[in-house]
Structures are given as structure tokens and as C-alpha cells.
Design a protein around this ligand. Structure first.
Ligand SMILES: NC(=O)c1ccc[n+]([C@@H]2O[C@H](COP(=O)([O-])OP(=O)(O)OC[C@H]3O[C@@H](n4cnc5c(N)ncnc54)[C@H](OP(=O)(O)O)[C@@H]3O)[C@@H](O)[C@H]2O)c1
Length: 294
């Protein structure tokens, strides 16, 4: 019989961390937010994770860390790359080192490691080319994990939203109730990913033999404009109230990738369950929010 798993979720108050906690409720899970585990503090990371790991091993459990913590403020990272580098770049390596040979790390990365210029979905073996501080630091984190010879897997995802927290879907629902019209960019393409689906995928991959780099997003793709229209339609509002605008209408400190679609062939080849079609999961999320009207 295989050993039971002891789970540790970092970034427990974030979108993904919250959904991981919900999914793992009732199991042997330790969920730590920034207050209990600050990923800028190497001594704290090694001390807290090391003690948790030793306790899990002493109980005969297999330690598995799901790293849902990240410096995700893409624009703020441009002026604060040193902090982003600690959280996104260095800390994943510390976690991998604490688990090497003694447990498993599932680390989450991003489409921002790519340049966004592609015209077909990015494969795991495509050359990264980050254009932002966030992307550079997340790529450093991937490399820090990969440099430790251990039982780790890095899962890149994109366009994450949840029924809680700050995200595009909830913003669109709010704007739908506040404004007659909203303008949304139509020249950025990606795959909306419901955090609850991603959480299920991460727990599945954690329990699989998969190692290395994988891509996992909602199935299919759209533009932010297309996503906003679908949110409006699902909420029973007229999607024509969402006006298309180019990215150039919304200058941001960090440039947004024009194309973010990730090729998930490796995920399915590893025998993992594909994440559902994005439209399907969006409806499930709207249902969870009590916002589905059509
Ligand atoms: N959101 C997206 O569209 C997206 C797209 C691609 C990839 N990803 C990746 O998916 C993962 C989950 O993202 P998410 O959407 O759940 O992000 P999120 O909602 O912003 O959650 C990130 C969590 O990390 C925590 N955190 C920040 N700095 C920390 C520190 N120094 N120590 C410990 N925790 C810290 C945050 O805590 P506070 O709440 O206290 O700040 C927050 O709870 C991340 O690896 C992210 O890079 C996200």
C-alpha cells in the first residue's frame, strides 16, 4: 500500500490556494498564507517547511508541497523586481531543496515566461522569452526547481480566475452592474482557466509520476473581449455592451502578451485529465457565484 500524503499549500489565501484548500478539506493538509510562511524569508521557508516535512515523514506520510504562492502583481513587479525575484525566483528553489529525495513539489508557473509573439500554442520545449519582470522572475523559479534533482513538477498555466479574489471575471460582473458599456481588449488571446479546475489538476499531477515541465489551462482559447462577452451573456446581459478596443488603448507598465495559448499535449500524454472547455468552466464559476442567468 502506498503511503498517505501530507499536503502543504503555500499562498493559501490566493485564488488557487483557496481552491486547493477547498479541494483538500478533510485530508492531511497544512495551508499557510503569507503571514505564516513568507516566501521572501529563506530561513523561515526552510525552517517551517523542513519541520513540517520531518513531521510528515515521522508519521509515515509522503510530504507534497503545492506552491500556490507568487508575486502576481505584474505591473508592480516592474518597480519591485527584487521582491518578485525572491518570491517567484528564489523561493521555489528553496522549497525544491527542502523536498529533494524526501517529498514532492508541485510548482506553478505562467504563460508570461514566453514573448507572446507566437501564432500557435506554446509547447513546453519552446524557448522562453519573458518581456516583463514578472515573467523573468517566474522563469527563474522554474529553473531553480529544475536545477534541483528531485521529484518536482512545474505546471505552467494562464488567465486564472476564481469565484473569489481579484480577477477578470469578477471585475466584469461588477462592471456589468455599474456601467452601460465596458471596453475590453480584443487583440490578446489566451485560455481562461478556472482555479478550481487547476486545483484538481495539480492534485492529480501530484499523485502521478509526472516530473519536469507541463502546461495546464482550460481547453480552448478566446480574447479578453470574447471572455468578457461570455461573462455578460452568462449573467443575462447583452454582450454587445462589451466594446472591442486594442491593447494600445490601455498602456500598462508591464506589456501584456498578445498570444498566451499553451499547448497541453504533454499533460494528456502523461495520462492526466484535460481541464474542461473554458466556456463550460466559466458557467460553473458563474453558477458558484450565483450569477448565471442564461
Ligand atoms: N492569476 C493568473 O492569471 C495566473 C496566470 C498564470 C499563472 N499564474 C500562477 O498561478 C499561481 C497562483 O496564482 P493566483 O492566481 O492564485 O494568484 P493570487 O491570487 O495573487 O495568489 C498568490 C498568493 O501568493 C501570496 N504571496 C505573495 N507574496 C508572498 C510572499 N512573500 N510569501 C508568501 N505568499 C505570498 C499572496 O498573498 P497576499 O494575498 O498576502 O498577497 C497570494 O495569497 C501563481 O504561481 C501564479 O504565478 C497565475
Amino acid at each position: 500500500m502506498s503511503s498517505p500524503t501530507a499536503w502543504l499549500v503555500t499562498g493559501a489565501t490566493g485564488q488557487l490556494g483557496t481552491d486547493l484548500q477547498t479541494l483538500l478539506a478533510g485530508r492531511d493538509v497544512t495551508a499557510l498564507g503569507r503571514r505564516d510562511l513568507d516566501l521572501t524569508d529563506e530561513a523561515q521557508v526552510r525552517g517551517v517547511v523542513g519541520a513540517w516535512r520531518d513531521d510528515a515523514l515521522a508519521r509515515g506520510a509522503r510530504p507534497v508541497v503545492l506552491n500556490a504562492a507568487a508575486y502576481t502583481a505584474v505591473d508592480a513587479a516592474e518597480d519591485d523586481e527584487a521582491t518578485a525575484e525572491l518570491v517567484n525566483g528564489a523561493a521555489p528553489g528553496w522549497l525544491a531543496q527542502e523536498l529533494a529525495g524526501r517529498g514532492r513539489l508541485v510548482h506553478v508557473s505562467t504563460d508570461y515566461v514566453f514573448d507572446g509573439d507566437a501564432t500557435r500554442p506554446y509547447r513546453t520545449d519552446d524557448e522562453p522569452g519573458p518581456r516583463t519582470a514578472y515573467g523573468r522572475t517566474k522563469l527563474a523559479g522554474e529553473r531553480a526547481v529544475a536545477s534541483v534533482d528531485d521529484d518536482a513538477v512545474v505546471v505552467r498555466t494562464a488567465w486564472v480566475y476564481a469565484a473569489h479574489g481579484r480577477n477578470f471575471v469578477r471585475t466584469m460582473l461588477r462592471l456589468e452592474s455599474e456601467r452601460d458599456q465596458v471596453s475590453v481588449v480584443t487583440d490578446q488571446t489566451g485560455s481562461p482557466t478556472w482555479s478550481a479546475d487547476l486545483a484538481r489538476g495539480l492534485v492529480e499531477v501530484a499523485q502521478s509520476p509526472a516530473r519536469g515541465l507541463l502546461h495546464a489551462t482550460g481547453t480552448g482559447s478566446t480574447t479578453w473581449h470574447g471572455l468578457a462577452r461570455t461573462v455578460f451573456a452568462g449573467a443575462g446581459a447583452d454582450p454587445a455592451r462589451v466594446l472591442p478596443v486594442p491593447t494600445s488603448a490601455y498602456p500598462t507598465p508591464a506589456p501584456r502578451p498578445a498570444y498566451s495559448v499553451l499547448d497541453t499535449a504533454g499533460w494528456t500524454a502523461a495520462g492526466l485529465t484535460p481541464l474542461p472547455a473554458w466556456e463550460h468552466s466559466l458557467r460553473d464559476c458563474l453558477t458558484a457565484l450565483g450569477a448565471l442567468r442564461a
